[in-house]
Design a protein around this ligand. Structure first.
Ligand SMILES: Cc1ncc(COP(=O)(O)O)c(C=O)c1O
Length: 456
């Protein structure tokens, strides 16, 4: 593996004077100075001016390798020319209409052709909306109110999908009887009662709980590789049980692929053998513009149909299927042929192998998970198997923060506590750069890391 000297990768802490000024103004108009809780601040957010390919440039003129990609949505990086051209052209002809456009048929066709079990599609504006409508569709189809989901899994901001999203060892309850934990103060008790919480890859718990509660459960919502629950894939025997139980008890499977669709030409369910009835999409299918989509089996998707009168589930949305997001999505998805996914896969494999080697060489208490273009570095010696393995002590949290802070000071944006991603404009140079930075971080922080006594 080619390595560069420490001096070569070491940079000065970038100046952030303009970002500081912007943040001071932002504090006057936003509750905490930001408009999204996920904005990283170390200690202040970096205000970005522009993006170009794999790189971002902040208002102070610093350049960063972008491993966040607006939360994994920018699979082609920034200002991807086919997207820019498509959006310019569309914008000049109008940005949205109350009528359908031909382009929406084209993006829907791409999704239906590529993704197994997606016979029909509806477009919305975010992944949150896609998950919300998929859950409502399952309710409308089955006539049942409840849902089941996996502890720690993130599915956006619909109340039922938020249950136990940030459960902690103090409130998550016994391993064989997880508690439905509210996500925010005031979350209705009825939502908690209507949401059965399971544990990812725990087949025994799935068998026991789903069998007992199936008569009130419309759907199991599952991300085939939940980022917040470790970024590890669903096991084949676990999926076998899920398929059998759901079929036997009239429960639908909703695969949330808002994030993981980027794992392959046919998506993540196909990659791991999950056979959903409904599938939610977002992020990459909008080419960097806001989008969400619900896809699925024709008979289930019929709940949206007004062919024979009022639909079982009316779904509208002022900006749903807006042509700007649609044309951007077409440009992005067309450029993602099977060869593009294969290339991303092999870059990702190389990066994960490099990081794993570096951890072994330095006997560092870290582990790497992920697949395809996604990776996550955990401050734990063993790879997490599910959400409960992700519980970290204060020192481990500090280590994660220190790692992101180190990357940021050295010109790379590495998300703290979330999935990081590669994008198509990246190549060997970027993989080596990430590896070099990680190696240097472990070296420079060797003493503190040793003192962290990270759980074995
Ligand atoms: C798996 C998953 N589902 C749903 C969402 C929500 O999507 P959005 O942020 O577009 O509302 C996300 C966003 O990160 C996600 O990762």
């Amino acid at each position: 593996m080619a390595t560069r000297s420490n001096e070569e990768v070491r940079l000065k802490t970038p100046p952030l004077r303009r970002s500081e000024e912007a943040f001071a103004r932002a504090l006057l108009v936003f509750p905490d100075g930001t408009s999204r809780v996920t904005i990283e601040r170390d200690p202040i957010p970096k205000y970005m001016e522009r993006g170009e390919g794999a790189y971002l440039f902040d208002v102070d003129g610093n350049r960063y390798l972008d491993l966040n990609g607006n939360f994994t949505s920018l699979i082609h990086g920034h200002a991807f020319k086919p997207v820019v051209d498509a959006v310019h052209l569309q914008l000049a002809s109008g940005s949205c209409f109350a009528n359908p456009t031909q382009v929406e048929i084209e993006l829907a066709s791409i999704l239906c052709e590529r993704i197994p079990n997606v016979d029909r599609v509806r477009f919305v504006n975010t992944g949150t909306e896609a998950v919300m409508f998929a859950i409502k569709a399952a309710r409308a189809f089955t006539g049942k109110e409840g849902i089941a989901k996996f502890e720690g899994a993130y599915h956006g901001a619909y109340d039922w999908a938020e249950v136990s999203q940030s459960a902690t060892p103090e409130n998550w309850g016994p391993a064989d009887d997880p508690v439905s934990v509210p996500f925010y103060k005031g979350m209705p008790e009825s939502v908690l009662q209507e949401t059965l919480v399971l544990r990812f890859n725990d087949t025994a718990l799935l068998e026991k709980k789903l069998t007992a509660h199936a008569r009130r459960i419309a759907a199991v919502v599952i991300d085939p590789m939940p980022s917040q629950a470790g970024l590890v894939a669903a096991k084949p025997d676990f999926l076998d049980s899920l398929h059998r139980l759901c079929r036997d008890h009239g429960v639908l499977i909703i695969a949330d692929e808002v994030l993981n669709l980027r794992q392959g030409y046919r998506g993540a369910s196909a990659r791991y053998g999950l056979k959903p009835d409904l599938l939610t999409m977002g992020k990459i299918i909008g080419g960097g513009l806001p989008i969400g989509a619900i896809g699925g089996r024709e008979d289930v998707m019929d709940v949206f149909s007004a062919k024979s009168g009022r639909p079982l589930l009316p779904q509208a949305g002022t900006f749903s299927a807006n042509p700007l997001s649609i044309v951007a999505g077409i440009a992005a998805m067309r450029a993602l042929d099977e060869a593009a996914f294969a290339r991303l896969d092999s870059l990702g494999d190389r990066l994960r192998a490099n990081l794993t080697d570096i951890i072994a060489q330095q006997d560092a208490p870290f582990a790497v998970t992920g697949a395809g273009s996604l990776f996550r570095i955990h401050p734990t010696r063993r790879k997490p198997r599910e959400f409960r393995d992700m519980a970290t002590n204060a020192l481990q949290k500090d280590a994660s923060r220190a790692l992101s802070g180190f990357f940021s000071r050295h010109g790379a944006i590495l998300p703290n506590g979330a999935a990081a991603c590669l994008s198509t404009p990246m190549g060997e140079t970027e993989v080596e750069r990430i590896s070099d930075l990680f190696r240097l971080f472990l070296k420079e922080h060797a003493a503190e890391i040793k003192n962290m006594k990270i759980a074995e």
